[in-house]
Design a protein around this ligand. Structure first.
Ligand code: SAH
Length: 397
């Protein structure tokens, strides 16, 4: 049995939790910082001791745990977890039925009723990502419940919390049979090479599926494409398959080059006809400006925070400047795909950053496409921060 700890919610936050806000914050409950028992069941009450909700303690980069139910009779056990997984799986039936896409999210943390872990499906394999030591204490129940509900080739996991430097590769494999990596998954009939046993990342960010498809289907044909912060080049692959004249992928990470070559190769695209550069995006902007190079399509998908030798980038502070750099190397009738995964601001503010960039440069634009998270990344309406993705297709005028 897990220990159960009662916590009083501060008056100011009571209404939020009563309405269903799921994240337990330092300032919203009394004395949360004194708790050490990762995975302990938390019973939230108001000042008078009246029940508000039940959850667990799990320290994440944001928050100290999640509320899981507002029903006092619920017990947080395997059957509770099974119920959440079952309803999440049912909501993804159309994804399982669609044979042109074999990689998608089946369980999206709080969006599916249990914050702190996610489950992705990759061509017969399931990948569970754990975001705190606390949620990891539910591993046996989650794996058992999942095994009861689905047929699988194998189950893998990623610990996305501080394991105090003890990263053990063996730890990635959980159940079933081991996969052979890269695993080739399909996304709208494009191929992507995926690794479930190689550090924090898999090689593809599934939340950009609709954006990749839109680039391929509507905006790539005949175009010169610059993909900045390109990682494994997933956007470049989509553009090339959509008939781009040429793609240029720029990323600082040394590994990005071989990873991008691999993504092109599994799609039978000759990578030598594409440019793949390992360098700082900001240096590349300077280089392109000096050479008076311009692109028809520029893709911007920076991390929320990044520090390189010469530059620091924070989406909140620097997106306008990044956008200005992009505008200067985009053709007059070109298009910029501006993306951010920062949860610190919403769509309105993001549009403000874009607008300011054009105003500062005295240029006009129109927004031709707008994306947030795709439907498999379910979000809870009481938890707006969970809806982190914002992507705008901005047409120069
Ligand atoms: N757009 C990618 C995901 C980007 S992840 C996709 O859709 O798959 C962020 C990437 O930015 C990382 O690969 C990181 O190496 C890279 N990066 C961070 N700072 C950078 C910089 N200053 N210049 C170039 N790349 C950078």
């Amino acid at each position: 049995m897990k220990p159960e700890i009662s916590l009083k919610v501060n008056e100011k936050f009571k209404a939020d939790y009563v309405k269903g806000y799921p994240l337990i914050l330092k300032e919203s409950v009394e004395n949360i910082e004194s708790i050490r028992a990762e995975g302990a069941i938390l019973r939230l009450t108001d000042k008078q001791g009246r029940f508000i909700g039940k959850g667990y303690f799990g320290k994440q980069n944001k928050g100290y745990g999640w509320v899981l139910t507002r029903n006092e009779r619920d017990v947080i056990d395997q059957s509770f977890i099974r119920g959440k997984l079952e309803s999440a799986l049912a909501k993804r039936q159309s994804f399982f039925d669609n044979l042109s896409t074999t990689a998608f999210r089946v369980f999206n943390g709080e969006g599916d009723g249990f914050g702190g872990f996610t489950i992705d499906y990759f061509a017969g394999y399931y990948l569970v990502s754990w975001y705190s030591e606390g949620v990891y204490t539910f591993k046996a129940e989650v794996v058992a419940a999942l095994s009861e509900l689905v047929e699988f080739k194998g189950i893998y996991q990623k610990k996305r919390f501080d394991t105090k430097g003890q990263y053990i590769e063996e730890d990635d494999f959980v159940a079933g049979e081991r996969g052979e990596f890269p695993l080739i998954v399909k996304e709208n009939n494009m191929n992507y090479a995926v690794y479930l046993n190689d550090g924090a990342m898999t090689g593809i960010f599934l939340d950009q599926r609709d954006v990749r498809y839109t680039i391929k289907e509507k905006y790539a044909r005949g175009k010169t494409v610059l993909n900045t912060f390109s990682y494994t080049g997933a956007f470049s692959v989509a553009a090339a398959l959509g008939g781009a004249a040429k793609t240029t992928s720029v990323d600082l990470a040394k590994r990005s080059s071989s990873k991008t070559i691999e993504q092109f190769s599994v799609n039978n695209i000759d990578y030598e006809s594409q440019d793949i550069l390992v360098m700082d995006v900001f240096n590349y902007f300077n280089y392109a400006k000096r050479k008076e190079m311009k692109y028809d399509l520029v893709i911007l998908d920076p991390p929320s925070f990044a520090r390189s030798k010469k530059y620091t980038f924070s989406a909140t502070k620097d997106y306008t400047n990044l956008m200005k750099e992009a505008i200067e190397i985009t053709e007059d009738d070109g298009l910029i795909v501006a993306s951010t995964n920062s949860a610190s601001f919403g769509m309105k503010k993001f549009k403000g950053f874009i607008d300011k960039a054009f105003k500062d440069l005295g240029k006009k634009y129109s927004i031709v496409e707008e994306f947030t998270l795709p439907s498999d990344f379910r979000v809870q309406k009481e938890f707006k921060e969970g809806d982190y993705l914002k992507v705008l297709f901005v047409k120069m005028q």
